[in-house]
Design a protein around this ligand. Structure first.
Ligand code: SF4
Length: 354
């Protein structure tokens, strides 16, 4: 791995709103990613698998040796160009609903390939301060523009309690904004193996509780869960989620993407944790992923979360060979998961009014 590389304002492309290509996730129609890279350094992170050759070339130009293997060691703040951002906002606002993925709730997601509320670590204290201040101002400005110049919904997803600093702003969106956190487990020690620089899950739960007590509608991504998590561990996290009365609870196990298996293995070895590498061998992974998805769903149903529980089976789990191997009941379950549309607060209100 190369040494930590952080640069402020050197990513030449400005931050804008872009259509995303999520399939079967029912998360959003658009994404906003204020950074390239993420210093939360989740070892399983799928983002490096999305890098196009031009992005890889820009990373190399910026001094990153290997965007995948060095994942977690860099984060570049995108340039703020209000005119460019507004142009992309107008485009989003004017897109006909018939042209959008219907499961995206006409929402823009902050963020999908980074975490908007990470603490950036610069090469010295003043750079760190400046970077974080610029990022904080940029995130708030983007949200204010979306609120005031469009009718687009906003879905926030973060692992960071720093999101609290914008709760006042979230509240001004009413039912146009959903706040969510990734909360795979409540086992802080285990989480350090897979998400070494992200804030502890127990702190995230506190943040979600604070959001609820402030009147902000929340959802939870119990994702991605780790191979060490058995039914008891899943019951602990889902049991804690019940009290939040979330609009949706998403779930997925870790998927195999880019170089994430060697990345997880390296980290586990570094901290003396026995890594369950065997579950990440293709055929075994299918069995493991299906079993964890269905166990989590059964636990959620027992806890009364069934109606809001939304499993995310990977595309690989819906191919003909797997459907054939696991039978028609399994096949119907996959289709049901993939065709779900996650709830949105305003829709709930509409349903109540109907
Ligand atoms: S917080 Fe999200 S984007 Fe950042 S490293 Fe973790 S999974 Fe990847």
């Amino acid at each position: 791995m190369n040494k930590l590389i952080i640069q402020a304002g050197h990513w030449e492309h400005p931050v804008t709103i872009n259509r995303n290509k999520y399939q079967h996730k029912s998360l959003s129609c658009w994404s906003i990613n204020p950074f390239v890279g993420c210093q939360h350094a989740c070892r399983f992170c799928y983002v490096p698998s999305t890098f196009s050759p031009p992005v890889e070339a820009l990373l190399t130009k910026a001094g990153v040796g290997d965007g995948d293997n060095d994942w977690g060691q860099y984060a570049f703040l995108r340039r703020w160009d209000e005119a460019a951002f507004l142009k992309s906002l107008v485009l989003a606002e004017q897109t006909l609903v018939s042209e959008l993925n219907i499961d995206g709730n006409r929402a823009v997601m902050l963020s999908t390939t980074t975490d908007a509320y990470q603490t950036l670590r610069g090469s010295n204290a003043s750079e760190t301060l400046e970077l974080n201040e610029r990022a904080r101002v940029m995130v708030r400005r983007m949200l204010e523009l979306i609120r005031d110049r469009s009718t687009v919904n906003v879905r926030i997803l973060t692992r960071s309690p720093l999101a609290r600093q914008d709760f006042d702003l979230y509240k001004t969106f009413g039912d146009r904004l959903l706040f969510g956190m990734s909360l795979p487990t409540l086992n802080d020690q285990l989480a350090r193996v897979y998400e070494p620089k992200a804030p502890a899950p127990t702190k995230r739960l506190e943040t979600l509780k604070l959001a609820v007590s402030t009147g902000i509608p929340v959802y939870v991504a119990v994702a991605p869960t780790y191979p060490e998590q058995d039914e008891e561990d899943l019951a602990k996290v889902l049991g804690a989620v019940v009290s939040l009365q979330p609009v949706t609870v998403f779930h997925e196990p870790i998927q195999i993407r880019a170089n994430n298996v060697p990345r997880m293995k390296l980290e586990a070895e570094a901290v003396g944790h026995e890594f369950k590498e065997d579950v990440f061998v293709d055929a075994e992974w299918e069995r493991y992923a299906i079993s964890q998805l269905q166990t989590a769903q059964a636990v959620a149903t027992k806890l009364g979360l069934g109606p809001v529980f939304h499993p995310w089976p990977d595309a690989k789990l819906g191919i003909r060979r797997v459907r054939h191997a696991f039978g028609p009941k399994y096949s119907a379950w996959i289709d049901e998961c993939w065709n779900r549309i996650s709830a949105w607060p305003c829709r709930q209100q509409e349903r109540k009014a109907a």
